[in-house]
Design a protein around this ligand. Sequence first.
Ligand code: CA
Length: 401
Amino acid sequence: MLFFSRHLRAARIFQLSMIALSVSMMSACNDDDVYLTLTGEKPLVIGHRGSPGYLPDHTLEGYRLAIQNGANFIEPDLVATKDGELIARHEPNITATTDVADRPEFASHKTTRLVDGVSETGWFATDFTLAEIKTLRAKQPLADRDPSHNGKYSIPTLREVLDLAKTEGAKVGRVIGIYPETKHPTYHADANLVLEDRLLAILGEYAYTKKDSPVIVQSFEVANLKYLRGKTAVRLVQLVDGDDYDFKTGKVTFAPPYDRPYDWTRAGKTENFDSMLTPAGLAEIKKYADGVGPWKPYIVPMKGSYDASGKMLDANGDGAVNYMDASSQPATSLIADAHKLGLLVHTWTFRNEAKRLAHDYKGDPKKEYLQFYRLGIDGLFSDFTDTAIAARALYDKELGL
Ligand SMILES: [Ca+2]
């Protein structure tokens, strides 16, 4: 009896010490290596345009909320003003995202311009000085989102976003990365407002020049990323767009200007965006970028159900046939193919609204996040950072963390 109890006690002590050892090993590597991401680290949650699910896009208030809600990175899209300052806007055309149309003093700035071959009429940041931009206020561009914060917040510069990431990061005790996108580099070059050197100069002011600096630069165009690769070691991500879904085949469809990078169109190339995602296309990206940023359906295709006459079925029975009637399909090999080459995969955009969720998520946006976390996605762009973080916590629980 004595022998056995001693033996058992020794076994128990050994067992406890092994548990302690494994716990200390896990905390030493910060729960890394349990995720299926390229590096084994926790997937990144990126505050897409700040917190547009709650506040107008690209405002300091929106970025701050994303950080408070747990974002690892915040995403400013970059366009240039007439006097060459980089500001955070989704487009050079600021008609939909500011109150400029209601400002009689800027009526004469209204004009028609070509952006990526498409004629647009409105007001363009490239016709405004920064001082003029600073008199404008942001507004929510989507009609179905809360307009009650329209007219309150100003348009931030890149430097202001970088400063905010540092001060708010210090408050929450985390390093907050910024994930700037060079918007329409060809358009800006045509306007003699080249974005890339301006971006490099500002990142240099913050000593964001290394691969492990808290910054990732993204673009839908190619030449500007290749240029940046020759000038900086910060991480670069090649974005891969598409025009729409074909719910019959589950494939992404292509139409200008969402058929290929605009610098490819300008150079006479005829391949579409999907050519970037073949093993050969990914290997080409690997030469100048650290990762690839495909639209979600390249990873998880969406399909509808069809009747004998070839009509897509109204799966949710609401009388309309749309995205809400499509269902997610088994994943493509894209994440695995990219990881095999050492490329990160960051995808977009995750949204809470029922009309932006496929049928099989049954109105629960967390189901979509979980699907991508389980596939080993390295990072995702969300309009609702709080939901992305809540789903990541559920995923951690699944992993036993
Ligand atoms: Ca329907």
